[in-house]
Design a protein around this ligand. Sequence first.
Ligand code: TPP
Length: 377
Amino acid sequence: MVQLLSVDGDFSVPKEHAVYGELIRDLREADFLKFYRDMARIRRFDHEATALQRQGQMGLWVPAIGQEGAQIGSGYGVGPNDHIFPSYREHGVAITHGVDLMSIVKMYRGVNHGGWNPHETRFHLYAIVLGTQALHATGYAMGLNFEGRVGTGDPENDLAVITYFGDGATAEGDVSEALLFASINKTPQVFFCQNNQWAISSPVGTQTTVPIYRRGEGFGVPGIRVDGNDVLACYAVTKKHMDDARGGLGPTLIEALTYRIGAHTTSDDPSKYRDADEVAHWEARDPISRFEKFLRKQGIGQDFFDEVAHAGDVIAAEVREATFALTEPALENMFDHVYSEPHPLVEEQKAWLQKYESELGGHSSKPDDGVSYGGTR
Ligand SMILES: Cc1ncc(C[n+]2csc(CCOP(=O)(O)OP(=O)(O)O)c2C)c(N)n1
């Protein structure tokens, strides 16, 4: 397993992982501070979103607490033009590629169509159906091969694709099919599995009998395991294998060993199926406090941590205020983007609902959900 930061925040590079260590040596203090700021920001947002769901402001919230190291580290390891195919928990990765926090809130409130424009962000829409995004990513990566966007050495031209999924999703046929097609077609692609140990109430041992990073071997996709609570290792391993993929060396499966500290979603009570001792074990390996120890050892003072805590309070207040100000979207929105061309059945259903609503006295809506869908949808 690649680990560059000990639980006590000491940085060291084992000889066999020198290639990853070199990538960290290229980073500056500003990069380290950015990693910390973003991990803290997304955790503060996560707590606020959970509170908003409890107050009835969102239908559901999916917390990513404990997985910030895997998400922020890997997110920054992805190149600026690469494409990202996430599952529904990748809020940390989302902010490393410019997705606005309120877009995520709106999606879980159910007032927009998925949240953001993948054409602008290259961060594709959250996949709720487990494993489908692995196939979408492989298909996209096959297209990059087809268009000659791989291995030319031109940084403006070459691209790679990353897909995120959980340990439970590896038991879906879609992930196996995606690995096979990636291998056969030598796609420019990374499969990034966050093994957070649980698929709702099913422990990882019920999904696989071999370590997840080895699950690609039979398909011809090499794998590597990284400490998912070590933001630096996650950055370096992702960057290395995305760079290799862009350069034409084919796909890699990365397993980030981490832990879902919170509930699966706000509809779940994990105390029903797992021990408090297990949670405490992983809380002691928290990615944010580990990185804080590292930064303090680098001489970063209390002022910085105070500033980040204050920024978190400001963001939480802004998100809260913006959520309270949300209005219902226009009724037509749920019909308008189902097909790219008008469809008679959809038109009929829309007309029926409009008539029904008008009989009830009208639908109080705002004609814009705040998302620009661009020209590619
Ligand atoms: C095809 C499919 N089957 C079942 C579900 C219901 N479901 C939602 S999340 C989940 C567990 C997923 O666990 P994992 O892949 O480990 O990801 P995590 O939620 O832990 O991030 C299940 C079974 C689904 N969304 N899609």
